[in-house]
Design a protein around this ligand. Structure first.
Ligand SMILES: Cc1cc2nc3c(=O)[nH]c(=O)nc-3n(C[C@H](O)[C@H](O)[C@H](O)COP(=O)(O)OP(=O)(O)OC[C@H]3O[C@@H](n4cnc5c(N)ncnc54)[C@H](O)[C@@H]3O)c2cc1C
Length: 464
């Protein structure tokens, strides 16, 4: 179908948030108050932090402040791939922290197991389904890189199954696939908005005071405590945890480490039984292709296909703006790629189109830290892979606040910071040239130009 026609009736809003299951907002903060711990941000990062703070110490008085609505940002508009990796994939972790990759992989799987157990404990229904992820090669140069780390993967005891052309097409029927690698245990598919609302309900059940539509405007260190000013009240707290993603940071130093990158997605109408049968997809894995600019796609529980990725857009100036959440040029491109991948679904139309902002950092995986004499902690920089990893980051923040060393806080990955981005306007120039170079590499059999090779040597990059 012509992409423009297929998109004609698509709503301009995130599919997951457009649900009758969305709860009404909790009350705004309207008076001054005190707390043991204030968590700022009602995305996965803040929700996991508040929930696990209460689980660690039920007597702690915890307040969560969210500027808009729980899960409205990246948390409620992502692909719903809940991955074990804490390092934005094995290859990135291996490149940066080879001596601790076995521990990082183990802790990632434990984190995913714990997410599953938490959902059971609180009865959170978010269609969590441990299908794994199917990595597919669609160009000959990608086949080799797909199987690059197979020896190490088996040494680490990870459950990956290499698939040849016929085997991968038997899993998911696309004429574009040349080979695949099914990462079986390291990824679950879920509905991210229902996860966020479920975590909110669990927080409320444990006594966290959740205030939505309560943006923190500024922060002041009062010595033993920190005061957070919101439009209608001040919270004075002994401890503060920031889970504010890529939004203008309350702690100025974070500006240097994260940049806003917009990622876009489409949702189709539900497939008919015949349409689904034409693709197969009996194991319902999440799928990711293997270019530097990649698509990610998956089935929803009512057999729609979420189709996203490819264009990761940095808007010069680095602002976060509502108008950037819609980009017709990208939607048309994505729809075209969908039909190239699944020509048998030429009649399928799209019902939703949206974008969201990612907190990209130069090492692609989150970083952690403390400020104000250890009274404030933060975690940011999940670079498009935070659905699962934010729970690990929340645990790191709570470990740091406790002051007790743990296996997590001993990791070099946790102790080190990413290399900062240069200030604007140099930042825009560097990022746009890097994006152009990445697109060139995809067009030239993955060959990286001098610029990308220089960045690789410095351990720097741009990703989503
Ligand atoms: C289109 C898209 C697809 C993605 N797909 C995947 C995927 O499939 N798998 C995956 O692992 N990751 C994916 N991601 C990334 C993932 O969604 C994020 O890593 C994760 O949601 C980050 O959660 P967070 O809580 O850190 O940030 P956010 O969800 O951005 O939440 C931050 C919250 O802090 C609040 N806030 C900020 N400042 C203040 C303040 N001063 N006062 C009060 N509140 C404040 C904001 O309002 C916001 O609600 C995707 C992201 C996008 C955009």
């Amino acid at each position: 179908m012509d992409p423009l026609k297929a998109l004609a009736d698509a709503e301009r809003k995130p599919y997951w948030l457009d649900s009758p299951a969305r709860p009404g907002p909790t009350p705004r903060l309207t008076a001054n108050t005190t707390a043991d711990l204030v968590v700022v941000g009602g995305g996965f990062s803040g929700l996991w932090t508040a929930l696990m703070a209460k689980e660690r110490d039920p007597s702690l008085d915890v307040v969560l402040l969210e500027g808009r609505r729980i899960g409205w940002a990246a948390t409620g508009r992502n692909g719903g791939f809940c991955m074990a990796t804490l390092t934005h994939g094995l290859a990135n972790g291996l490149e940066r922290w080879p001596e601790e990759i076995d521990r990082l992989e183990r802790m990632g799987v434990e984190n995913l197991d714990e997410i599953e157990r938490t959902l059971d404990r609180y009865g959170v229904d978010c269609s969590f389904d441990r299908t794994g992820e199917l990595h597919v090669a669609t160009e000959p140069w990608q086949v080799e890189s797909l199987n690059e780390h197979l020896d190490l993967i088996s040494e680490l005891g990870l459950d990956y199954v290499p698939l040849d052309r016929d085997q991968v097409r038997a899993e998911v029927g696309s004429p574009t696939y040349l080979a695949g690698l099914w990462e079986r245990s390291g990824c679950a598919m879920l509905d991210p908005a229902r996860l966020a609302w479920g975590l909110r309900a669990a927080c409320l059940r444990l006594g966290v005071r959740v205030h939505e539509r309560t943006p923190v405007r500024s922060m002041r260190d009062d010595g033993g405590t920190i005061s957070l000013r919101t439009p209608y009240g001040v919270v004075t707290a002994r401890r503060v945890a920031l889970g504010t993603g890529v939004f203008p940071p309350l702690l100025r130093r974070l500006r240097h480490f994260v940049v806003p990158v917009y990622d876009y997605a489409l949702m189709t109408e539900p497939l008919t039984a015949d349409q689904l049968a034409s693709v197969g997809w009996h194991n319902r894995q999440g799928v990711g292709d293997s270019g530097n600019r990649f698509h990610y796609y998956r089935l929803s529980d009512d057999n729609r296909i979420l189709w996203g990725g490819y264009d990761a857009v940095y808007y010069n100036g680095g602002l976060v703006k509502a108008e950037y959440e819609q980009r017709d040029e990208t939607f048309v491109k994505l729809a075209g790629h969908f039909y190239d991948t699944f020509p048998q679904l030429a009649d399928v139309r799209f019902t939703h189109r949206w974008g969201g902002v990612i907190d990209t950092c130069s090492r692609f995986s989150a970083f952690y830290g403390q400020a104000h004499g250890g009274r404030l902690v933060y975690a940011a920089g999940y670079t498009g892979m935070g659905v699962g990893a934010t729970r690990f980051g929340a645990n790191v923040m709570l470990d740091l606040l406790s002051g007790e060393p743990t296996e997590r806080t001993g990791l070099r990955m946790v102790r080190e910071k990413p290399i900062p981005f240069p200030p604007e306007p140099v930042r825009s120039g560097v990022i746009q040239f890097t994006r152009w170079s990445i697109a060139q590499a995809d067009q030239h059999e993955g060959r990286r130009n001098l610029w990308l090779r220089a960045l690789d040597r410095m351990g720097l990059g741009f990703d989503s």
